[in-house]
Design a protein around this ligand. Structure first.
Ligand code: SF4
Ligand code: SF4
Length: 474
């Protein structure tokens, strides 16, 4: 319970509802609003989220924290408040309910938004036994209590069309879907890079950059309007890459994607020969250019995207349950920010992504490789390391200004003081110093157990890829 917590305005129903439904919704709103910050999403998850309403998260995330939690555990969208997911994780751990955080939770059924959830709860309580349920409220036996509560609430939070669980689902195919997957399976230390999508309709530089980096890397990522800044779409860039015989990684940001668009786009991507898909929730529009678009609720989060896409590929079904005759084939990835919260909490979210369908991770930018050890150890404890390939995100810093921008403006990226000092001191020699730092980082990362490769993000400095790869001795 979070009395007098600040909350966003409650949602209203899209359709007219009965007077009895209105009355129940009103009662629920005036009780759950002040107690839990309830926004009347109509798809309640409170029992799963340690009785802290996850809909307070400005992104409306329903499956754990994003990578933008500040070092003070505050929300990067609004630093006046704590990250609600950090609070949920902490409380769940305190109450011994950490395991429940692994259950893959569904996106909203928007037809229920603004309506009450209590009628369903009452129905389920009657089915379970009203006496048993009330008795459980006062029971000191946590195991029994959780069982009874699950029998009431699980049917509500896991509708038929979703049926999320906490289990790992290995990919249901044998031949690698892409060259990236093949190389990783063969145990090669893989290098992927990023080519910056153009900010105009001309693809000349894009083609030049693709051809420049292609000989040195296994795959090329194309971001989906990174930093909430519009550029050429990732899908179009990937098509240009396949036309130029390069293997793309198609990044899809939940921020700009509805569930309908996601499913339609990945089927279309298959037609263009795009075989690697990376699901990210995406930066909040608050860090993008003005005027700021809706910062509020996203239709999906990255975990839900992975769950939907894995089922499309392995079970041949759309989210609505329709069967498809020829399911698409792709290698599924996700982003991760190892230092976003503490390594133990981050590993919970990462395990959830792997269970949902992530086969490879590309991390956010890393400048302190030694700090990776704790995170890798936590993943190992969770038996995740042998289920996912990890590629570490690195950037060659070109200037002090770029270093400061990354440190101050990009959610989840922090540069240690010694690296900032080295780049500042280098002055005009900053690009050389940046390359030296990148090579040192690669050297430290190469030998680490559980690391399968690097993901070189050049931020528009594509010319440097060849030199770094050559000098790092790959
Ligand atoms: S999960 Fe939805 S219904 Fe439950 S408290 Fe939060 S906003 Fe209200
Ligand atoms: S930091 Fe991310 S997960 Fe946490 S409340 Fe803010 S948007 Fe939500």
């Amino acid at each position: 319970m979070t009395i007098v917590r600040r909350w966003q305005p409650a949602l209203r129903p899209f359709r007219r509802i009965t007077p009895a439904g209105e009355l129940l919704a009103f009662t629920e709103r005036v009780i759950k609003g002040p107690l839990f910050g309830c926004r009347m999403c109509g798809n309640c998850l409170l029992q799963e989220t340690a009785f802290i309403c996850c809909m307070e998260c400005p992104k409306g995330l329903r499956n754990g924290p994003c990578g933008g939690v500040t070092p003070e555990k505050r929300c990067y969208v609004d630093e006046t408040r704590k990250c609600v997911w950090y609070a949920i994780y902490k409380r769940a751990q305190k109450k011994g309910r950490e395991k429940t955080l692994l259950e893959i939770l569904p996106p909203l059924d928007w037809s229920k938004a603004g309506t009450e959830t209590w009628a369903d709860v009452f129905r389920q309580v009657r089915k379970t036994g009203t006496g048993r349920f009330i008795g459980s409220l006062f029971s000191g036996n946590e195991v029994r209590k959780n069982l009874i509560w699950d029998s009431v609430f699980k049917t509500i939070r896991q509708p038929e069309w979703w049926k999320g669980d906490s289990d790992y689902h290995p990919p249901a195919y044998s031949e690698p879907a892409s060259d990236l997957e093949r190389s990783l399976r063969e145990g090669k230390f893989v290098v992927a890079t990023e080519v910056t999508p153009p900010i105009s309709a001309d693809s000349g530089k894009l083609i030049r950059d693709i051809n420049l980096v292609k000989p040195y890397v296994t795959a090329i990522n194309f971001t989906d309007a990174s930093s909430a800044n519009p550029k050429m779409s990732a899908l179009a860039c990937c098509k240009v890459a396949t036309d130029n015989n390069a293997e793309p990684v198609y990044q899809i940001a939940a921020r700009d994607t509805t569930r309908t668009g996601l499913q339609a786009n990945v089927i279309g991507a298959g037609q263009f020969g795009i075989k690697n898909i990376l699901c990210v929730t995406g930066d909040n529009p608050i860090i993008g250019p003005a005027p700021t678009s809706d910062m509020n609720i996203v239709d999906l989060d990255s975990v839900q995207m992975l769950w939907i896409l894995r089922r499309m590929r392995d079970e041949g079904i759309y989210l609505d349950g329709r069967k498809m005759k020829f399911p698409p084939k792709f290698f599924l990835g996700a982003a991760t920010t190892p230092f976003a919260s503490d390594p133990g909490l981050q590993a919970i979210k990462d395990q959830k992504k792997v269970n949902a369908g992530a086969q490879f991770f590309q991390t956010n930018l890393i400048f302190e490789p030694d700090r990776l050890d704790d995170w890798l150890e936590q993943l190992d404890k969770r038996d995740v390391l042998n289920k996912v390939y990890i590629m570490i995100g690195l950037v060659p810093l070109k200037s002090y200004k770029a270093a400061l921008y990354l440190h101050n403006k990009v959610p989840g990226v922090y540069l240690p003081a010694n690296i900032l000092q080295r780049i500042e001191k280098a002055g005009e020699g900053a690009p050389e110093e940046g390359v030296r730092i990148a090579l040192e980082l690669i050297d430290k990362i190469k030998g680490k157990k559980g690391i399968s490769g690097i993901h070189l993000m050049t931020l528009g400095w594509e010319e440097i890829v060849g030199r770094i790869i050559t000098e790092s001795g790959f």
